[in-house]
Design a binder for this molecule. Sequence first.
Ligand code: ARG
Ligand code: ZN
Length: 439
Amino acid sequence: MSAATAGSTGIGDPYFPGDGNGGYDATHYGLALAYDPKSRQLGGTATIDAKATQDLSQFNLDLSGFTVRSVTVNGAPAEFSRKGSELTVRTDLKDKAAFKVEVAYAGTPQPVRESSNLGSYGFIPTPDGSFVTCEPNGAKTWFPSNDHPADKATFDFTLTVPEGVTAIANGELAGQPKTTNGKTTFIWREKHPMTTYLATMTTGKFQVRTGTSPGGIPVYAAADPRFRTSLNSLYDQSGKITDYWATVFGPYPFGSTGGVVDDFAAGYALENQTKPIYGGFEPDEGIIAHELAHQWFGNSLSITRWKDLWLNEGFATYAEWLWSEHRGQGTAQQQFNDAYAGATDAIWKYPPGETRPNDLFNASVYTRGGMALHALRLEIGDGKFFPLIKKWAADHRYGNVTTEQFIELAEKTSGKQLDDLFDAWLFKQRKPAKPTSVS
Ligand code: ARG
Ligand code: ZN
């Protein structure tokens, strides 16, 4: 008989060794949480369904801050300890065993502030509620999880806030919010797998508009009163753009689309699943097209390691160029020409195929990543390129992907050797020659 061993404290991503954990797969998170914007207290229980992937004497969850009141495994109290962002739970589980962990906790959320070039992220208190954007590893600032995109799970949220405050999470509302004794509870369900960094609990004063897109996809749009004038355009554009992407990338992977404009000046947007969030600005079509393209590239197809982030950002940037072309505002070729001419040396020195952990969201990951896709389009022609993108989205729907898998599929579907092209655009620290169309 082999002795059970400890699940590792990281999932094995060399860029972020402490992120995620080993020894189990999370399959579902049930978050029953109350937040009070005045006192900034967040508390409740997280119930995590998981499956052991080895015999386990203990396993970790990622959680930073808060007081943990109790932990149970399969209903029985479990011993636990904390160190940094690791919550260690003692147990005795067999390989392949399904188990349920319940963590009761409360405290004041502390977002991650100014780490590398990421700005502030995680659960960020605002005057009227919370702005929640967790990429890359800020889920730990509001719930215990296996906080890495390699472990996706379904979610349900039971969120209680003071009456008059709206609580917005991923997926769809399960019924009407209920108010008792001055508190309102919103129940949201995301029934499709989701990475932890896309989970949200955005709260505050919001004006909401719901309906369906012209193509029949449910839409939920919300805007802080300070941005009330952007609500209708957010609603209309989000529906239309999601419909259009479904014709280019294949069927929309989730149950609803939409977006949230909050008054927190984050200086960025995030593609929170089904509910992209725009931080303190009125989003234009370009950025809405970007965040909605992420619903396919990043959200349905998620990276396995952070070094492959161009698979999210390069695709979403290229989608902005495709949207511009679709709207007759400059072809993707023109956008590529401008990007190529305008790229700084810093971009040519930063290979987007090896995203750097201390500079994750470098312009190269976006722009040169997008240029890589246009170079591929020119090399294999539209007749191969667009079916490839659809097949990529279909083959890995709700899954995890790597750059190697994309290159392999591009070669298989085009029948071409593409190592040199990807090498030049993704992996070399110098400017690739400007491509010309062969098709
Ligand atoms: N994925 C987001 C986008 O491209 C960017 C997120 C930036 N995150 C951050 N912590 N600065 O829209
Ligand atoms: Zn993006």
